[in-house]
Design a binder for this molecule. Structure first.
Ligand code: NDP
Length: 279
């Protein structure tokens, strides 16, 4: 039976550590706030924003909430971001994505000061990660590294296959695994013989956004499988990109959905906020 990698428990540990760190910083007079901007009222985004604000409250940092109507122009949004860039008490700025179609996501991301880019999406943050310099790292992949390390799964020298090459998961994940000295393969929708490539993985990280796409035929016996996917069915039941019941018996360790990668994203966002306070 595979070891279940418990993201709920690990993320709770990280938040607890951050809470202590924030209290320590407060004693030294170091405080700061996370500004959370939401444009429009997409229900899924509202849930994410609420959870982020709750996490701030839990670890003891202030959150400033900007709920803007969906008609907000790009110029208005950029003006707000610039004001927050200049505000010394605001240490992190987060614009909940996606933004409405009339606003260009890349322009918004670039407008956030790299010093306050707690999502790690700014080209400067991505560049720093690429050349191994200090900077904010995208939260979901950073969370997966924590899951592996805190579950005592060795990364160095291992063959790691990543399915998916998005800017927020697949690509930064590959760079982080490379930083940890894995031998990394990135696959995508044009990859030939995906099954064969996946079967070579000691660590298989799946972020394709297709419900239960990866079945047992993609997985080598003894592999570690990390499932990033999140899918909610009509009964509100969550599942991932991996057919858990079929794949689990083959693995040495696997993340469940829910309770695997999901809870780590917010914990790592909080980690980035604390980093922003101390930089
Ligand atoms: P994207 O849709 O941005 O990227 C999907 C990637 O999968 C693309 O690179 C695409 O390839 C690749 N892909 C699609 N179909 C195939 C296929 N048949 N074979 C091989 N590769 C394929 O998704 P995200 O990275 O944003 O998210 C992936 C999943 O992770 C989603 O379910 C999302 O909800 C979840 N997620 C979960 C988070 C969490 O906190 N747990 C955070 C972020 C995402 P190509 O580039 O060629 O199109």
């Amino acid at each position: 039976m595979a070891k279940l990698i418990d993201g709920k428990c690990i993320s709770a540990d990280i938040k607890e550590e951050l809470k202590l760190k924030v209290a320590e910083l407060k004693k030294q007079g170091i405080t700061g706030a996370l500004a959370v901007i939401q444009v429009g009222d997409d229900p899924a985004s509202s849930v994410y924003v609420r959870n982020k604000k709750r996490a701030c409250e839990y670890i003891g940092i202030d959150s400033l909430s900007y709920e803007l109507p969906k008609e907000t122009t790009q110029e208005e949004l950029l003006e707000l971001i610039e004001r927050l860039n200049q505000d010394g008490q605001v240490k992190g700025i987060l614009v909940q994505l996606p933004v409405p179609a009339h606003i260009d996501e890349n322009t918004v991301i670039k407008a956030i000061s790299p010093k306050k880019d707690v999502d790690g999406f700014h080209p400067q943050s991505v560049g720093a990660l690429t050349i191994g310099q200090k900077g904010f790292v995208s939260c979901t992949p950073a969370g997966i590294i924590q899951l592996l390390k805190r579950s005592e799964i060795e990364i160095e020298g291992k063959s790691c296959v990543i399915v998916g090459r998005s800017n927020i998961v697949g690509k930064p994940m590959a760079l982080l695994m490379l930083r940890e000295n894995a031998t990394v393969t990135i696959t995508h929708s044009k990859t030939k013989n995906l099954k064969e490539v996946c079967k070579r993985a000691d660590i298989l990280i799946v972020a394709i956004g297709k419900k239960e796409f990866i079945d047992a035929s993609y997985v080598k016996e003894g592999a570690v499988v990390i499932d990033v996917g999140i899918h909610r069915d009509e009964n509100n039941k969550l599942s991932g990109d991996v057919k858990f019941d079929e794949v689990e018996p083959l693995c040495t360790a696997i993340t469940p959905v829910p309770g695997g990668v999901g809870p780590m994203t917010i914990a790592m966002l909080m980690n980035n906020c604390v980093q922003a306070m101390t930089d």
